[in-house]
Design a protein around this ligand. Structure first.
Ligand code: SAM
Length: 280
């Protein structure tokens, strides 16, 4: 392509990066050009464009709509696994849930929000942990809200069907035996007693939230790494009002931290860092 066309492409890519940042919080730059090219090429083909660059130009020329969202979703990284990083789940089991159970003894309810749930392994891990470790919660009202921006990921999460590779990441044979049913094609389906407390719902963290109820525990793991510092602060500020009380907890991904923010207090147990709202 000539230099002039390359100049145009640069302009369309930059405008795409600005758009995706504005509408999803996902922050990209020229170092991710290769990723954009590989993720958008199939969409370009489906829409009849011979090059992904032509799709970028098209996005630039039309009002925000379905094609943009198709491209935004294609740029999400849905990497996840059952009991990812294991330590957070140990901390939830040994420290966080016992405290919440004590706190909510009278109302006998437990509300958890997985705020970037991807294809469902995280909320299902929580539900398995609760079912297999805290049988006393059988008689409680346990509610897990699992949200994500990506409809495709949510659809897979709702189906609750995982292939052999996905099952081999994070699950023990006993957990599989207790919580999944093998299908004829060799995949595994999550059992209804693990699924019954979970509601899957689309929620974009950078749009207005209509999230109910208030939560005893919020997991916001491995999504803020894609956001700019300003966007992270906006999300933390909005999260503040989603907790049931000051004894509710927030877990981030293993490389994510709340820095310079006195609204939240950092707690540590073993190798885990987590947060609650600062008590005034
Ligand atoms: C790497 S996955 C993390 C999944 C899971 N929390 C974990 O730690 O295994 C990141 C998820 O964040 C979602 N995501 C990205 N931007 C988002 C936004 N603005 N609002 C809600 N979810 C978003 C992506 O669709 C993706 O499923």
């Amino acid at each position: 392509m000539s230099d002039i066309i390359s100049q145009d492409i640069k302009q369309y890519s930059e405008s795409f990066y600005r758009l995706i940042d504005k509408h999803t919080g996902i922050c990209l730059d020229a170092s991710k050009d290769y990723l954009v090219a590989s993720r958008l090429a199939p969409i370009a083909k489906r829409h009849g464009f011979t090059h992904y660059e032509m799709l970028l130009k098209h996005l630039f020329l039309i009002p925000l709509g379905e094609v943009h969202w198709e491209c935004f979703e294609a740029m999400t990284i849905n990497e996840t696994m059952f009991f990812r990083d294991i330590h957070p789940f140990e901390t939830i089991k040994n420290h966080i849930l016992p405290k919440i159970i004590q706190k909510n003894q009278t109302k006998k309810s437990l509300n958890i929000w997985c705020a970037a749930a991807s294809t469902g392994q995280e909320p299902y891990s929580l539900s398995m942990l609760i079912k297999d470790t805290f049988p006393e919660l059988d008689s409680w009202k346990v509610f897990i809200l699992a949200t994500d921006i990506c409809d495709l990921a949510l659809k897979k999460a709702m189906n609750g069907i995982y292939n052999v590779t996905e099952m081999s990441r994070g699950l023990s044979p006993i957990q599989i035996e207790k919580n999944f049913t093998k299908l004829e094609n060799g995949s595994w389906q999550i059992n209804s007693d693990v699924k019954k407390n979970i509601v899957f719902q689309r929620q974009n963290l950078v749009e207005e939230w209509s999230i109910q109820p208030k939560f005893d525990l919020i997991l916001l793991r491995n999504v803020l790494i894609y956001f700019k510092p300003d966007t992270k602060i906006i999300v933390f500020n909005k999260l503040f009002d989603q907790f049931a009380d000051d004894d509710s907890y927030l877990l981030l991904g293993s490389s994510e931290f709340i820095l310079y923010e006195n609204k939240y207090t950092m707690l540590k147990h073993d190798r885990m860092t987590y947060y609650h709202r600062t008590k005034v």
